[in-house]
Every structure is written in C-alpha cells, then in structure tokens.
Design a protein around this ligand. Structure first.
Ligand SMILES: [Zn+2]
Length: 422
C-alpha cells in the first residue's frame, strides 16, 4: 500500500469528521501525525481528562497505537498525566489532560476602528490582550512594523518563551488574496492596500503568519470553544465596522475559492432603506452602519469618527424608553434578521451566532429583536427553529479566532487544519 492510499485514508477520515459521522483514527504508522492531532483534539475537548481506554473507544485506535501517540504528545509537553480514576474492575485508569500552557498563538485583528492583539494558550484561553497603536505616518512598512512590535511586546508581557509561540494569525476585512496572504484593496482599511501581510509580518516577527478574513476567523474562534460540536452547520454574523458572515458547513469553515466567502453587505433588507454605494437602496451593510443608525436617531456625527460612545448612548437611550433610539435599534434588528433568514434559506444551518465589536455594544437591545424576527420572518423557509445566540468569545472574537486558526493549523484534527497549507 503506497503513501497515496494512506493520504486517501486520512482524507476519508476528514470527510467522515466533516460529515459528523465519527472522528476516528487509523492504526497505520504513516498517518501518525493525523492520529496525534486527533488524539490531542479529543483530549482538548475533555477538560476533565480522558483515559487511554476512553480515547481508544472514541478514536478507534488500538491500545498500542494510542500508547505510542500519547507518549509522543507527552514527550512534546502537550499533554500530562493527571491522576487516576477507578471505574469498574481492573486497575485504575490514568487520566490524560491537555497542558494548556505548552504552546501559544498570537491573534491580531486589523480593524478600521481599533487593531487588537491577543495571546491564547492551547486551550484557547486569552492570557494577554492589547490594542495596537497606529503609527502617525501609516506607510505599509510602518503598519507592519507596528504590528510586529505589538507582537514582541505582548509575548514579552505575557511572560512566555518565544519558542513556544506557534505563530501569528491575522484577521482582516476582505478582500484579500488568501493564497498569497496579501490584502488587496480592503475598502475599510485603505492604508493596507496591497500589503502582503503574511510575508511582511513573517519577515518582521520571524514567526509563521496565517491571514484569514475576519468573519471566517470569528467562525473558527467560535467553533474552537464549541465542545459539543453543535456548530457543524452554522453561521456567525460578524458586526463590526463592516458586516459579513462566517460560515461552517458539515463541521468545516467555508472560505470559498479565494478566501473571501461571506460577503452579505449587499443583501437588500429594506427597500426603503438608505442608498448604498452599489446603486441600490437598503443593502444590509449601509442599513446597519453605525454612523447611519446614529443619524437615524438624530444624533450629531461623532467628531473623531469614533462612534463607540454614541452607540453606547443609543443603547442607553433605547433602554430608558426613548422612542426614537428604540425604533432605530428595532429596525436595525429587523434588517439583520432579514439578512440572516435569506442567508439561512441558502445554506440551511442549525445555529446562528452573533458577535463582533459593534454587535457586542448593541446586543443588549438587538439580541432579542433579532431572535424574535428570525423566528417569525415570512421569508424564512426553515423547517425547524434556528438557534440564535450571542458569541461565547466576545468582542475580541476575530483576534481570538485568528489565534485559534494557528492552533488549529498545528494541532486540531479538523478540516480547518488544511488552512495552514495555503
Ligand atoms: Zn449595496
């Protein structure tokens, strides 16, 4: 049997995983690496620990193969033995747990309002968080240097050995050339025009760099924390300076051929809505843009272009019963719900997750409106209730997701790991 067949076997296992059928391994030596990531993934998802017997049952790996795999993982410091448990007759079983501080990843979110940077451990827990200062003179080299300096600073502040940092995941609004890691001409980040983030940031930091669209990174981040695997078919509505959806189908994030999937900004959600640059009226993007909502509420435009304080005021006013702000937010919720329903009609998901920095500010009021409207929207073709919930990761989900992508690429036995092989 040649290598090709073994590859085929690993791919078939991935397909089964994607289909949610089973997550099992192969006892053949040539797929050792796959087995290693698979076992690690099972251990990661069981914080209470797993015995080798349980691992064998879950992965289908033989006792001998498992023994080899777990020894290798322990040698690399990725797992530890954590006590024994007695269950039934026979000798007590040794529990294996993830060693969360064995490796780390940095996540960066390039955003029009504020760039954020995080360090996560192997469990995906954020151990350091910061905002990245923009250089006064925003040349591409200056921007890349600023991000590189922020990576150095946060790794140092987190007090972790640099050699344990797997790399830097970068989330950015599209469009970009995923294969080359180059931001093309993101309208929301004009100063990043044509910058090859993967190469340039890699050269500055000396670390591997992955670049991913922010909405997809957010979906990956949410999936990383989903121990139940409920996010097999799901979408993540990312509401920041722009809006888009991250998609997962059959357990795998959907990136599209060029990594730019998930653009729903021009889905028309309100034929009487504000005019859009595309020539239509009431496209989702322009209809829920923070500055548009604030104008609809009759607020004066923010002087510095930072809409955050005014968005907080909008929520406050709405909660205090002011009709104008309440109506603006209700309508925004209805617009978002319509876009979700139309998208769901297309791909048919189980779960809708809502998040992103603007969403987090407005969620208190918008959350209920969106959930209610999705359930009753006359355009919906869903045959069962769609679960609508808030992100478990929070406002930093794109940065955290980008970091998780790096963890994913290195260790997780999920199709998402394919992303590292761009
Ligand atoms: Zn439009």
């Amino acid at each position: 049997m040649g290598g090709h067949n073994l590859d085929e076997r690993a791919r078939a296992a991935d397909r089964r995983t994607r289909a949610g059928i089973m997550r099992t391994g192969s006892n053949l030596p040539a797929v050792g690496e796959y087995n290693q990531t698979l076992v690690l993934d099972h251990i990661r998802r069981s914080p209470e620990g797993l015995s080798r017997v349980e691992l064998s049952a879950r992965t289908g790996l033989s006792a001998q193969t498992l023994s080899n795999v777990t020894r290798r993982l322990a040698d690399e410091g990725l797992i530890v033995e954590a006590g024994k448990v007695i269950s039934g007759p026979g000798k007590p079983r040794t529990l294996l747990k993830l060693a969360p501080r064995s490796r780390f990843a940095v996540g960066v979110h390039l955003d029009p309002v504020v760039d954020t940077i995080v360090v996560v451990d192997m469990a995906g827990e954020v151990i350091a968080h910061d905002e990245i200062g923009r250089p006064a003179l925003s040349t591409p080299a200056g921007l890349v240097d600023a991000v590189g300096a922020a990576v150095d600073a946060i790794v140092e502040r987190a007090g972790i050995p640099r050699e344990l940092v797997l790399g830097v995941g970068v989330a950015a609004p599209g469009p970009f050339d995923a294969r080359g890691g180059r931001l093309l001409d993101p309208p929301l980040l004009p100063e990043w025009h044509n910058v090859n983030v993967r190469e340039d940031l890699g050269a500055v930091t000396g670390l591997p760099v992955i670049v991913e669209k922010d909405v997809t990174a957010a979906m990956v981040g949410e999936m990383w924390f989903d121990r139940s695997d409920a996010l097999g078919d799901a979408m993540f509505l990312y509401y920041g300076a722009g809006v888009g959806v991250g998609l997962a189908i059959a357990g795998a994030p959907v990136r599209g051929r060029t990594g730019n999937a998930g653009g729903i900004a021009h889905v028309i959600v309100d034929p009487d809505g504000p005019p859009c640059a595309c020539g239509a009226r009431g496209c989702l993007g322009v209809s829920i843009e923070p500055r548009v909502l604030l104008a609809e509420a009759g607020y004066a435009p923010a002087a510095a272009g930072d809409t955050r304080p005014d968005l907080d005021r909008l929520v406050r006013d709405a909660r205090e019963g002011e009709e104008g702000p309440a109506a603006v937010l209700r309508r925004a919720g209805e617009r978002i719900a319509r876009a979700l329903v139309v998208t769901n009609n297309l791909i048919d998901v189980d779960e809708v997750v809502l998040g992103g920095p603007v969403w987090e500010r407005l969620a208190e009021v918008l959350g209920d409106v969106v959930a209610e409207r999705v359930a009753v929207d006359a355009a919906s073709t869903a045959t069962r209730e769609i679960v609508v919930r808030r992100s478990r990761v929070g406002a930093d989900v794109a940065a955290v997701g980008a970091a998780c992508l790096m963890l994913d690429g290195a260790f997780a036995a999920r199709p998402a790991r394919m992303m590292i092989a761009l």
